[in-house]
Write a protein that binds this ligand. Structure first.
Ligand SMILES: NC(=O)c1ccc[n+]([C@@H]2O[C@H](COP(=O)([O-])OP(=O)(O)OC[C@H]3O[C@@H](n4cnc5c(N)ncnc54)[C@H](OP(=O)(O)O)[C@@H]3O)[C@@H](O)[C@H]2O)c1
Length: 277
């Protein structure tokens, strides 16, 4: 299947690397579905895609990842308009400056950076299964190596430290990626996670402005993992930019992966129907 024949969904596509990745897919002629939380930024991104390739097909979906109801509604809207997704890029993420508990009862970083991606991916599984060769790319961070885990408490510690919360959410992304790959073994769907580099977006704006690589250089690492034929059968792996890398020992811990799988179903209000789900 050529890239121009593929349907790609990119979450958090209204800024930074997500937007840049969407532009890259538009330029190769893929059908591009973008997600964002802000209607004005969604409209601006659609306009940018049309400018990059006026012949392309583009769709936009609005959902605040701080709301599981929004994520469910978005999945339903996508299912109404599309039969198949070939590439899903779970990219939406934030780096909040204070501790917020969402209406769903979770610490905001955990919900936006991990749980909403988990729920969306689960809800869109029938569309991924409809693809002859689907790929899921989960955007994580090298920061996942710097923290310990705490999946027992989805509100995380009352003593909020933004860096720890952020890195923990990315640790869960890496551990979930490995467990999800195991559950998808019999299907033609691969899933991998990637640290795109330290990239000059608003996520790292607290750092000196000169630090970090350009947004296109980060987006290219995501695009590469999502499209490079060399990774057609690679699954359950963690990449640092273009290289296969070793994830943190905690993310590789099978017990944690299994506990997280169960806990995430519970948090997202999903039922595990069989051992293979
Ligand atoms: N920058 C880095 O150095 C770096 C390093 C490792 C990993 N990452 C990861 O890379 C991914 C992309 O981040 P970026 O650096 O490109 O940052 P960014 O420019 O801030 O993009 C983040 C995207 O996520 C969206 N988003 C944030 N909160 C959301 C919410 N509550 N609901 C729905 N969408 C939401 C943003 O929407 P708005 O446009 O409305 O803000 C934006 O589209 C993130 O997962 C981040 O953690 C970044």
């Amino acid at each position: 299947m050529e890239l121009y024949e593929k349907t790609v969904l990119i979450t958090g596509a209204t800024d930074g690397m997500g937007k840049e990745t969407a532009l890259m897919f538009a330029k190769v002629g893929a059908t591009v579905l973008i997600h964002g939380r802000n209607p004005k930024k969604l409209a601006d991104t659609l306009a940018a895609l049309r400018e990059a390739n006026p012949k392309g097909q583009y769709y936009s979906y609005q959902a605040d990842y701080a709301s599981l109801a929004d994520v469910r509604a978005m999945a339903e809207a996508i299912k109404k308009e599309h039969q198949q997704i070939d590439i899903l890029i779970n990219n939406a993420g934030l780096y909040p400056d204070k501790r917020v508990i969402t209406q769903d009862g979770f610490e905001l970083t955990l919900q936006v950076n991990y749980l909403s991606s988990f729920l969306l991916t689960h809800a869109l599984m029938p569309l991924l299964e409809a693809s002859p060769e689907a790929r899921i790319v989960n955007v994580s961070s090298i920061g996942h190596k710097l923290v310990w885990n705490s999946i027992k408490n989805p509100k995380f510690s009352p003593f909020f430290w933004r860096w720890v919360s952020y890195c923990r959410s990315k640790l869960l992304v890496v551990a979930w990626t490995i467990e999800l790959a195991r559950h998808l073994e019999s299907k033609k769907i691969t899933v991998n996670s990637v640290h795109p580099g330290v990239i000059r977006t608003k996520v790292i704006r607290i750092l000196p402005v000169s630090w970090g690589s350009s947004v296109p250089s980060g987006a290219k690492t995501i695009f590469n993992l999502a499209t490079n034929p060399a990774y057609a059968t690679t699954t359950g792996q963690y990449f640092e930019r273009y290289k296969l890398a070793k994830a943190a020992p905690m993310a590789l811990n099978k017990r944690l992966q299994k506990n997280l799988w169960r806990a995430s179903h519970d948090w997202a209000g999903l039922v595990i129907e069989s051992e293979h789900e």
